[in-house]
Write a protein that binds this ligand. Structure first.
Ligand SMILES: NC(=O)c1ccc[n+]([C@@H]2O[C@H](COP(=O)([O-])OP(=O)(O)OC[C@H]3O[C@@H](n4cnc5c(N)ncnc54)[C@H](O)[C@@H]3O)[C@@H](O)[C@H]2O)c1
Length: 343
């Protein structure tokens, strides 16, 4: 039997930790062909070209896209470089752009990105790939089966700071709440040390979310978020779950899952693992390109809603009180937050 499934061409920009994870999974999937690689760091670019056997390399992403005209553009640069990459992908006429969280550095940037993408009809996928973990999936199954009763609260907290981790926390907590819309956010923040980081953030932020189905969301990130003593790896000290009328179910990013259900206490192993999570994340890109109805679980429209929640939290600290979604343009949130927080 011959395989008539199309092979999608892909170019990847930003070949650090995450770019290499993507290139690795793409190179092992027969549905994709790597046709171009890009990094401003030449030794890194050369090492990746050798490793993945790709002849085309460039230090300029727009040039690479113009020369290779891929179906898919993947970029895994640090958070400051989003809009120029999106524009380069749109101008090159790619069909799908897959990129790393956080979606954008401000609501204005996010709005500009998604206006451009919508006009061009380009699909996007954002790397919230933790959800492919078996322990994340088990918690979803338990909640969806009704085994904890009616869900009234979802939560997600991480000791990692906002621009690293909040996107993940909001995405998975909202998934556990059946992707209900967030109506408003009320938040508070503290500490300015992390504004000098490349993932510029307040040291700590907490946000209360009101979902349209009446469920309350509680999100915390950074120094002051609860420890997860069961987990040793610092970046994996995250706890995401749901409380229901008859129990709870939660995942620990680096420490399995546990639940109290109508059938008693249950628990199991699991730890976030890029090697486990990246192959299905990449395969789902091919599935979505094959079939428009097979929308990627990490689609960019959902991630864009998560950006709004994060930026609404920042605005709530600045303006005080509840901030209603959806958000329009406004003062760049990180700058505004840094200005109002005490030193
Ligand atoms: N989803 C996840 O689980 C996860 C985990 C870690 C990091 N991340 C995110 O991934 C992104 C990248 O993080 P990383 O740890 O791979 O960073 P990194 O520093 O290891 O890699 C970034 C790469 O981008 C390159 N680069 C910078 N400017 C460029 C440009 N203009 N054109 C081409 N290449 C350029 C750098 O030289 C570097 O090689 C960040 O947004 C981070 O938040 C996500």
């Amino acid at each position: 039997m011959t395989n008539t499934q199309p092979v999608y061409t892909v170019a990847v920009a930003g070949l650090g930790k995450r770019g290499v994870h993507h290139a690795e999974a793409l190179s092992k999937n027969p549905r994709f062909q790597l046709v171009g690689l890009c990094d401003i760091d030449l030794p890194r670019l050369e090492a990746a070209r050798q490793k993945f056997g790709v002849s085309y390399g460039n230090t300029d992403a727009a040039q690479m896209l113009n020369d290779t005209r891929p179906d898919v553009f993947v970029f895994c640069t640090l958070p400051q470089i989003r809009m120029p990459m999106i524009r380069a992908g749109v101008e090159a006429g790619v069909r799908l752009i897959a990129y790393e969280k956080p979606v954008a550095m401000s609501m204005n940037e996010g709005l500009e990105m998604y206006d451009l993408l919508h006009q061009a009809g380009i699909k996007t996928v954002v790397s919230h790939q933790h959800r492919y973990g078996d322990h994340y999936q088990k918690v979803k199954e338990l909640i969806a089966s009704g085994s904890i009763g009616r869900v009234h609260t979802v939560y997600g907290h991480a000791t990692g700071w906002m621009m690293h981790m909040m996107s993940h926390m909001v995405e998975y907590a909202t998934w556990y709440n059946d992707l209900a819309e967030v109506e408003w956010v009320a938040a508070q923040a503290a500490g300015k040390e992390k504004f000098s980081d490349v993932h510029a953030s307040p040291d700590y932020i907490c946000a209360l979310l009101q979902y349209s189905n009446g469920v309350r969301g509680i999100i915390e990130c950074g120094a002051g978020a609860p420890d997860v003593p069961e987990v040793d790896a610092w970046w994996r000290k995250c706890r995401i779950g749901a409380q229901g009328a008859e129990g709870f179910a939660e995942v620990l990013t680096g420490g399995g899952w546990r639940a109290m259900t109508k059938n008693g206490f249950l628990s199991g192993p699991g730890g976030m693992d890029y090697e486990h999570d990246m192959p299905p994340y990449i395969q789902d890109i091919a599935s979505w390109l094959d079939d428009p109805a097979a929308v990627h679980p990490c689609n960019g429209e959902q991630a864009f809603k998560g950006l709004q929640v994060m930026m609404a939290a920042c605005r709530s600290v600045v303006q005080r009180g509840k901030v209603t979604l959806p958000l329009g343009p406004g003062e760049p949130e990180l700058e505004a937050l840094e200005r109002v927080l005490p030193g």
